[in-house]
Ligand binder design. Structure first.
Ligand code: GLN
Ligand code: ZN
Length: 760
């Protein structure tokens, strides 16, 4: 008998109940008891769902009021001492760790592996102590047991917990804390055992990463120490193959292992070879990272033999926690039936798991109808003309090396562009968006609701554009933008106008805390039926004699922030998007727009987890960008923008994009990030962000002058631009005007200084 389980499920609730309760609690509109009641309701419903589907255990401890890593910080009693909370933090203090308070900035947040989920980063110092604290986990286990469920607690393992944290003092290795940490994990396991728990899932997702050898070898020591609790541990790895960590993982003294057969499927035979005769093998056969139906017959064909051999030692599961997919298709009333039939959110994945379990244990005929529906759905998707567009295929096939290079090298283009635009040295610009005021948001909402006519909406947006243009002229900015008033979101705005994209109504996924995102779904070949931005941009250009910069989202970012097809490689989808963007770039150029920015803020986050996979990714990612950008004349200037803090390890790939100008976020690092560009001799023009748009603080002209002088110390002054770190949509107009006024003043100081020095 194969067993079935999940590694975790979404915790936001089918209608984002958790988000609304959290936010109401933060605004003091509901008390702690009311928030906890919502949380408990979500947990009960989640367990009930798993139980009703016939899963053998329910996941407990996958719930968090904010974040699962923060839960572990609370559980292990290692809240950063800078908050002064001492032992036993309460819920209010838990939220202060996540969100900061008047005296302390919040704990840092960073991306959970290669997902769009963000976790809170534990802070470690040589004197960090651990002690068993928050009772939440044990309470939740009790809650599940009282309700009659077979609880399988879920923990993040000690090595992943340490790895994902950060050292807050120099000359110290957080791995040294392992000895202090393990006794607390052992205590946790003993307590769970005392509660009558049989299995504990212990997640070590870092097994899918390149690990330094001392981390890899620490696994054996750690799991021998945890073995003393003599409770059954299911060691879970996910998000990729184990590769050189495979042997270590398979030999650990645990009762079972879970492997990701979606992303690490090639390794399955090795996993089986090394599986000791007593261990349970949990196979992640349903993609926990994507929203497509699984080919159930293929899973059955692939694992029938293994099931014969392992019997009840075979467990089936999604590849990873279902945290990364939306809750239920039941919330999608407006999605068209054909497309909806191709999809599976968390609830549907649990149902598919139940079907697989029955098929393994009672034969396929026991679920013949379900299997048949699955065959029909997959066949409809494979054959759909909505998915396959021959024209897109032909265009892709015709791509040659002339399509991903500009006509001439940068030096020639720079000369042509300087002759055309005659910009001053240290030219000033912004990253694209201007404040999204309540009037703009309400106009867009009313337009979507049908309360505002298309004509009135267009008129309102034009007024905003005119306002932004006017402000920029008054401020003395050199290269203007239209302000992006008409855009709700930089991916959605384009996705809605491209063929091959769909938008769900309720496909929310937690990004961090109470923040959820609704990624678009790329289901078919992507193409651009009509121009997307030309009207607004040309209108903006008509209002000024200064150059107006067109503003587009790049192919990698469009891909990265969407649910993508699983029936072709990501690189293929990226190329399709690149061609659609290329069409828009060419149309903008024809409409007289001489400067076009193609944003790629997600360029770096697309990097694979393993370094050996980086070159292949960077190769297609930079090619996709070049395809989107290279259809224009030498005198048309292409900008790009990135705002993720580390660039130094991918500088050659950034240079390979061959944008004429790149603007990047640097002010928070005091220009230190720029040093890498300097050392690399970055050849093209560059605009290091001179002020942090995430803060309401208005930087002084002196602040920005100092940063620019620092930048001019590392890079040739004649290649420097002056701009903020990122778009200004979250700021208000008074802050924006004051800051940009100071920014223009700083640029003038630099012009003067460098004119004088070049005359000398
Ligand atoms: N052009 C976008 C804006 O200004 C860029 C946003 C981003 O980098 N994330 O808002
Ligand atoms: Zn940005």
């Amino acid at each position: 008998m194969a067993l079935a389980h999940v590694l975790g499920v979404p915790r936001i609730g089918p209608q984002r109940e958790l988000k609304f309760a959290q936010e109401a609690y933060w605004r003091d509109e509901i008390d702690e008891a009311a928030l906890k009641a919502v949380a408990s309701g979500i947990r009960q419903a989640n367990w009930q769902r798993q139980h009703a589907a016939g899963l053998d255990v329910v996941a407990v401890g996958d719930f968090a009021f904010y974040d699962q890593m923060l839960n572990h910080v609370a559980l292990l009693g290692c809240a950063p001492p800078r908050f002064g909370f001492g032992q036993h933090i309460n819920l209010s203090q838990y939220f202060q760790l996540a969100r900061g308070n008047a005296d302390c900035h919040a704990m840092e947040m960073t991306k959970w592996f290669d997902t769009n989920y963000h976790y809170l980063v534990p802070e470690f110092k040589p004197d960090t102590q651990f002690s068993l604290d928050k009772n939440w986990l044990f309470d939740e286990v009790g809650e599940a047991q009282v309700a009659g469920f077979n609880a399988k607690p879920v923990l993040i393992g000690p090595l992943s917990f340490l790895w994902l944290g950060k050292e807050k003092t120099a000359d110290f290795n957080r791995l040294d804390l392992l000895g202090r940490l393990l006794p607390v994990y052992a205590q946790i396991l003993l307590r769970l055992k005392a509660q009558g728990v049989e299995w504990v899932q212990i997640d070590e997702p870092i097994l899918a990463l390149d690990l330094p050898v001392e981390w890899r070898t620490a696994f054996e020591r750690a799991y021998h120490a945890l073995n003393s609790a003599s409770i059954k541990l299911l060691l879970a790895s996910y998000f990729g193959p184990l590769r050189e960590n495979l042997l270590v993982a398979m030999k650990l003294p645990v009762a079972g292992v879970h492997v990701d057969c979606v992303r690490g499927g090639d390794e399955l035979s090795q996993v089986i070879d090394w599986l000791p005769a007593t261990k349970v093998l949990s196979v992640g056969v349903i993609d926990g990272r994507n929203i497509w139906k699984t080919d159930l017959a293929a899973v059955l064909d692939r694992f029938d033999g293994l099931h014969q051999r392992l019997a009840d030692r075979l467990w089936i599961a999604p590849s990873c926690s279902l945290l990364h997919v939306p809750v239920s298709l039941a919330g999608e009333a407006r999605l068209d039936g054909e497309l909806k039939n191709w999809l599976a959110y968390a609830d549907e994945k649990i149902a598919a798991l139940a079907t697989l379990k029955t098929a393994f244990n009672s034969g396929r005929q026991a679920v013949a109808a379900e299997l048949d529906d699955n065959v029909q759905a997959l066949a409809s998707r494979r054959a759909s003309t909505r998915v396959h567009d021959a024209a897109v295929g032909a265009r892709l096939a015709a791509l040659s090396s002339v399509h991903d290079v500009r006509n001439n090298g940068f030096a020639v283009r720079q000369t042509a562009q300087r002759a055309r635009f005659k910009l001053p040295s240290f030219p000033t610009t912004t990253i694209g968006s201007f404040p999204q005021t309540t009037e703009i948001r309400s106009a867009r909402a009313r337009f979507k609701q049908g309360e505002l006519s298309e004509l009135d909406y267009a008129a309102a947006m034009k007024r905003e554009i005119a306002h932004a243009v006017n402000k920029q002229e008054t401020l003395g900015i050199d290269v203007l933008v239209h302000g992006e008033a008409e855009r709700n979101d930089m991916v959605e705005y384009f996705g809605e106008q491209l063929a091959g994209y769909a938008f769900s109504q309720n496909g929310w996924v937690q990004s961090y805390g109470s923040r959820c995102v609704k990624p678009p779904i790329i289901y078919g070949d992507v193409s651009r039926p009509h121009a997307m931005t030309v009207g607004w941009t040309a209108y903006a250009q008509s209002l000024t004699s200064k150059p107006m910069k067109g503003m587009l989202t790049g192919p990698v970012t469009m891909l990265q922030w969407s649910f993508v097809r699983d029936d072709q490689p990501r690189s293929q989808t990226a190329l399709q998007i690149a061609l659609a963007i290329r069409d828009e770039v060419v149309d903008l150029e024809s409409a007289g727009i001489g400067i076009i920015q193609i944003d790629e803020p997600a360029y770096r986050e697309g990097l694979p987890l393993r370094k050996t996979d980086w070159p292949a990714y960077l190769d297609w990612a930079s090619r996709a960008f070049r395809i989107s950008a290279s259809g224009v004349a030498d005198a048309t200037q292409i900008h790009t923008h990135m705002c993720y803090s580390e660039f130094n390890d991918i500088l050659p790939a950034i240079a390979a994009m061959d944008a004429d100008v790149i603007t990047i976020e640097t002010s928070r690092s005091d220009m230190e990030l720029l040093r890498g560009f300097g050392d690399f001799n970055y050849p093209n023009e560059i605009g290091p962000g001179v002020y942090d748009i995430h803060s309401p603080r208005v930087p002084s002209a002196d602040d920005m002058t100092r940063l620019l002088e620092k930048a001019a110390g590392v890079l040739p002054a004649y290649n420097l631009w002056v701009n903020p770190d990122c778009g200004l949509k979250t700021r208000n107009w008074p802050e924006t005007e004051a800051a940009l006024g100071n920014m223009v003043a700083a640029a003038r100081v630099l012009r003067e200084a460098y004119r004088v020095s070049s005359e000398v």
